[in-house]
Design a protein around this ligand. Structure first.
Ligand code: SAM
Length: 227
């Protein structure tokens, strides 16, 4: 069965508490990683950029700040996340689009950059989505992906595992009043591709110049590539 409908319903439910939970779970680091994503997308003056799975719109807003002459589309399949984004960023020149990352309503070769934060962990087939992203990028366009990665088996592993298995769901219950959504975050992180596997999928999708950098005790990965 596809993950899609359950994921969509879950994000519709937690949309109102999403930003606060992000700040708490990442000790306020999450905006630095989003800025890194925008920086890695490179100079996009007069280009169209797509922030896929935009959620409440943080990456899209950072793109707007990067240049007054950039055309930004924020896309997501959760109506409530898009509604929050529209409320928070009212007045910002961002086009909000409701769509599924598996099937983008765009012609080929349109965007100078496509970014996504915490999308691939939620889809059934990362390679399919990466190919779809590559289709809508212009030749030379940049893809940048931010996501959690499964903790590495090192000295910190027991602490990170404890944090993911106990603290995150507890915070979810206390702040978002939804333990299961944040238990899902833990499960989907533990079961996600390692950074090397994900870099391999980027190459398999046809991207070149693929690289990645890890953050927060190597539990967050940012991958990039070029069409
Ligand atoms: C964890 S949130 C991340 C939001 C934002 N990118 C950020 O940095 O905070 C994941 C988002 O991905 C969206 N999403 C998950 N699967 C999707 C899909 N197949 N198509 C479009 N959006 C999707 C969810 O609705 C949710 O808003």
């Amino acid at each position: 069965m596809s993950k899609g409908p359950g994921v969509q319903k879950m994000f519709d439910t937690i949309a109102g508490h999403y930003d606060l939970m992000n700040r708490l779970m990442t000790f306020g680091q999450d905006q630095h990683w989003r800025q890194f994503v925008v920086d890695k997308a490179g100079e996009q003056e007069n280009e169209w950029v797509l922030d896929l799975a935009c959620g409440t719109g943080d990456i899209a807003a950072l793109f707007c700040r990067s240049s007054p002459r950039i055309h930004v589309v924020g896309a997501d399949f959760s109506q409530n996340m898009l509604r929050e984004a529209g409320k928070r960023l009212a007045g910002q020149p961002i086009y909000w689009l409701s769509c599924d990352a598996n099937n983008l309503p765009s012609a080929d070769n349109v965007f100078g950059a496509v970014t996504f934060g915490y999308l691939l962990r939620n889809v059934d087939d990362s390679l399919h989505v990466l190919r779809e992203v590559r289709r809508v990028l212009k030749p030379g366009g940049r893809v940048v992906c931010l996501d959690t990665t499964p903790p590495e088996k090192n000295l910190l592993y027991p602490f990170i595992r404890l944090y993911l298995r106990m603290i995150v769901p507890l915070l979810g219950r206390m702040v978002a009043r939804d333990r299961s959504a944040y238990a899902y975050l833990t499960g989907s992180t533990m079961g996600f591709h390692t950074s090397d596997e994900l870099a391999g999928l980027f190459r398999q999708a046809g991207f070149t110049g693929v690289g990645y950098q890890k953050f927060m005790f190597r539990t967050i990965g940012i991958h990039w590539g070029t069409k």
